[in-house]
Design a protein around this ligand. Structure first.
Ligand code: SF4
Length: 266
């Protein structure tokens, strides 16, 4: 998929924040060892060395995780331990990066956008193409036109495809490629849908906050995130860049299904 103009600055922001965060973490760990050094010595002469060894291991893991991530973002190549690095990034670095970002005036939304951008790159690099039925297109309920009287969040097939919102075009896309499509009204429903459909990859459309938390919640299941467009403000009549979504879908679908059928029919 072609890189957008905004992608590079977001990657740079991610690299800057992850370096600052891991340096800060390592500093805290070193201080955490140095300050109680005398007290530890009183407990047992070997205690400072054992504690120092354990903390040095943590520092190594943090340094390697951030270095592996930065190198993969820059070179585009998966290095040894990158899967684990994504795990550390998802579980540990994001909240700390938000904290560091706030301290220098970067909004959490901007930090999350950079995180989603880098997560998408890692997912693209590490997830093999899938059979269409193993892909789930997960949408937020705010993508439905607010004036629509149909309850499509429980069953998206109820949509009459009037075209007032993107759900009609998204259903066409899901049918064209043979992927599952569902609308989640919240994190709990999203988790239930994932358990029911058992996808190997999720293409999720949502705002920065929901995408970032969805990526964290479903880890290690890969989630490729697409930010929604909000022409009327947050959570109402949102849209999605259909061309970008279709390009992402194409990139993740196996060219040939096991039966030899091309899922897109092309
Ligand atoms: S396309 Fe029309 S019928 Fe379908 S959800 Fe949107 S507004 Fe409702």
């Amino acid at each position: 998929m072609k890189e957008k103009d905004t992608d590079k600055p977001r990657k740079r922001l991610f690299i800057g924040l992850i370096c600052a965060t891991s340096a800060l973490l390592c500093l805290v760990l070193i201080l955490g060892w140095g300050i109680p050094y005398v007290g530890l010595n009183n407990i047992h002469p070997a205690a400072p060395y054992i504690t120092g060894f354990v903390l040095a291991l943590f520092i190594l893991v943090i340094a390697w995780s951030s270095l592996a991530l930065v190198l993969q973002v820059i070179t585009g190549r998966a290095l040894w331990g990158t899967g684990e690095a994504r795990c550390v990034a998802v579980r540990l670095f994001l909240p700390l990066m938000e904290f560091c970002g706030r301290a220098v005036g970067i909004t959490p939304a901007e930090v999350r956008r950079s995180f989603i951008q880098v997560n998408n790159q890692l997912v693209r690099q590490t997830t093999p193409p899938q059979a269409p039925e193993k892909l789930l297109l997960l949408l937020p309920h705010c993508i439905q036109w607010s004036g629509c009287k149909l309850r499509v969040s429980n069953s998206v097939e109820r949509c009459e495809r009037c075209g007032r919102c993107d759900i009609a075009a998204l259903l066409d896309l899901a049918e064209k490629y043979g992927v599952h499509m569902a609308i989640a009204t919240g994190g709990t429903i999203a988790r239930r849908i994932v358990v029911e459909k058992r996808p190997r990859l999720i293409l999720a459309v949502a705002c920065e906050r929901d995408l970032a938390s969805g990526i964290q919640d479903t880890f290690p299941l890969p989630v490729f995130g697409l930010l929604n467009e909000r022409p009327f403000g947050p959570c109402v009549d949102t849209r999605v860049d259909l061309e970008r979504l279709e390009n992402a879908l194409r990139g993740f679908i196996q060219k040939e299904s096991p039966e030899g059928q091309n899922p897109s029919g092309q």
